[in-house]
Design a protein around this ligand. Structure first.
Ligand code: ATP
Ligand code: MG
Length: 564
């Protein structure tokens, strides 16, 4: 897979720092970054920002970026997630250096480093329970209390650590802790735990280990083993950086530099794998790739292009402070991309029958329609026109409200890429419901004929009834009604803010016949209606299913203006 052309990167503090490091000859001028997801869920749009930064910076500076599964926690990780992560990174258009790496491959080396720290008197085995450790930590304003086991000799610690590894002690009975400073103003440096006992099998190392390293300890070591030069992470790790540095200062394994940047947050969106997993497990969505989810697999299924996501990440930029981005920005960038690449088609979502009474019942004409006005190379296609058509129910009004210029009794409209028609009457059933609309057409008004330029106030879309394909079309709205569904301001429980109208399913939609063989992932525009795509999971040749990717215009601006 080829890597995408790098857009001219806007300079930011990360790129400036890398430029300075290279000018100063730091790390021999090399740039090695990594993207280190924990395989405990699917990647979301927030991860896309980290991916674009890590892979983008490596690319721009002639370096490499590793993909590393940060899989040190045996209880939450799963190979299904590993595969999904790899697929999503590739789909975004990036390629990692060499094979995929796993922090769990380094368990032996990480353990050897622990023995080194023990021998240097920098780590000790502590018999306090987790609860006791946490109680003895102190607070932001009061120092912690030293563990009674802090004074154990290196020899005794080494013996205990080896026996911990062998499985001689029960879970929770002992930990290995760094010996730093229980009065340190930064609580992360108050003798943090490096290893805990866990008799849990790991998806890769099986039951080889019953002690597992903590993230704060395993991460800097993994970075160092891989020769990472710049370890980019999100702001919440800023207060962990002194600990990151402490481990590397006390071990002779190289010293990558940790640099923090702001997380991506999107309004009306949950951005945490743990909570997304709850949405899946509790059945609020149909799965990780439910098109309403903010995961990359869901966005792909919904019809987002990888370029739109990369452009969005570039647009958002990199900063040192957290902020909440509007959905409108994401959708604006998406429309921008789709407008350039999407093929246009005619589709009727809520059909109303039109009969052209002066058009012969057995006649069919092929009308030529432009595939994409933004791209002449996309060419044109034929659409069959016949006596009976479907039009959008909304495009007809028996009693037109003021300003309504589409079809109503006595008025004319142009049918896209076909003729001008005039409404001559309606047919109703016994209950008085509208069944069909009768029209006559002007044979001189077809494109290319003298009457084609005649002015009419509106152009509407249509599909030949005899040739139409039936389809189900799914319209999506935000999954949440609160801009920060998991915040304290939202009352703490995101379930209370689930949008009951986040999915509307329309059945019996009518599509022009050339949509029969469109592949999932092809960006489409249904003219006047929005951008759509074939649903990759549920669509069948005999039962087509389409997703609406995004509407043609921003509806958020209106919502905001109404104060809703
Ligand atoms: P989550 O809370 O969703 O589980 P995480 O940070 O625990 O996210 P990881 O798998 O550890 O998920 O993330 C891998 C990388 O992606 C990390 O370097 C992390 O900093 C980055 N990342 C995660 N979420 C975001 C976000 N919203 N914006 C930018 N980067 C992110
Ligand atoms: Mg994490």
């Amino acid at each position: 897979m080829s890597t995408p052309p790098a857009p001219t990167p806007p300079s930011d503090f990360l790129r400036e720092l890398v430029t300075r490091d290279r000018a100063a000859g730091k790390h021999g001028g090399r740039v090695v970054t990594r993207f280190p997801p924990e395989p405990n869920g699917y990647l979301h749009i927030g991860h896309a920002k980290a991916i674009c930064l890590n892979f983008g910076i490596a690319q721009e500076f002639g370096g490499v970026c590793n993909l590393r599964m940060d899989d040190t926690n045996p209880t939450t990780e799963d190979p299904e997630y590993v595969h999904a992560i790899e697929e999503d990174v590739r789909w975004l258009g990036f390629q990692w250096a060499g094979r995929t790496y796993y922090a769990s491959e380094y368990f032996e080396r990480i353990y050897e480093c622990a023995e080194q720290l023990v021998r240097k008197g920098k780590a000790y085995v502590c018999d306090l329970s987790a609860e006791e450790v946490s109680r003895a930590r102190g607070t932001l304003v009061t120092p912690g209390t030293e563990s009674p086991f802090r004074g154990r000799s290196p020899a005794e610690n080494l013996d205990l650590l080896r026996r911990m590894r062998k499985g001689e002690f029960p879970e929770g009975s002992r930990t290995l802790r760094a010996r730093i400073d229980m009065a340190h103003p930064n609580m992360n440096l108050r003798d943090p735990v490096l290893y805990r006992i866990r008799f849990a099998p790991h998806y890769r190392t099986g039951s080889e280990w019953c002690i597992y390293p903590m993230y704060d300890y395993a991460h800097p070591l993994s970075d160092a083993f891989e020769g990472i030069t710049h370890s980019l992470c999100t702001l919440e790790f800023e207060h962990h950086r002194p600990l990151y540095d402490w481990f590397l200062d006390n071990l002779d394994i190289g010293h990558p530099q940790q640099i923090e940047f702001a997380r991506l947050n999107l309004a009306y969106t949950l951005m945490s794998k743990r909570r997304l997993l709850e949405l899946v497990n509790e059945g609020h969505v149909t799965g990780w790739d439910d098109p309403r989810m903010p995961t990359l697999s869901a966005m792909r299924r919904r019809g987002y292009t990888p370029r739109a996501i990369r452009n969005f990440c570039a647009e958002v930029g990199v900063a040192k402070f957290n902020s909440l981005h509007e959905i409108a920005l994401l959708e604006h960038v998406l429309r921008d991309d789709l407008n350039r690449v999407a093929l246009r088609f005619l589709a009727v979502l809520r059909p109303l029958k039109v009969v052209i009474t002066n058009y012969a019942a057995d006649q069919v004409e092929e009308m030529t329609a432009i595939n994409n006005p933004e791209d002449p190379a996309a060419g044109s296609r034929q659409m069959p026109f016949a006596r009976e058509l479907w039009i959008e129910r909304d495009d007809f009004a028996e009693v037109p409200p003021k300003g309504f210029h589409r079809l109503s009794p006595g008025t004319e409209v142009r049918l896209r890429a076909a003729y001008i028609v005039r409404c001559t009457g309606v047919v109703k059933d016994a209950q008085g419901n509208l069944v069909e609309v009768h029209c006559t057409y002007d044979p001189e008004s077809r494109s290319g004929l003298p009457g084609a330029n005649r002015k009419v106030k509106a152009t509407i879309h249509w599909v030949s009834a005899r040739h139409a394909l039936d389809a189900e079309v799914r319209l999506y709205d935000q999954l949440f009604t609160h801009p920060e569904p998991a915040s304290d301001a939202a009352g703490g429980d995101f379930r209370r803010h689930l949008n009951p109208r986040s999915l509307e399913v329309l059945r019996g939609c009518k599509l022009e016949p050339s949509l029969a063989s469109v592949a999932p992932g092809t960006p489409l525009q249904f003219e006047r209606l929005g951008y759509f795509c074939v649903d990759s999971r549920d669509s069948r040749k005999e039962a087509l299913v389409f997703n609406r990717t995004v509407t043609l215009r921003d509806t958020w601006a209106k919502v905001a203006a109404k104060g809703g």
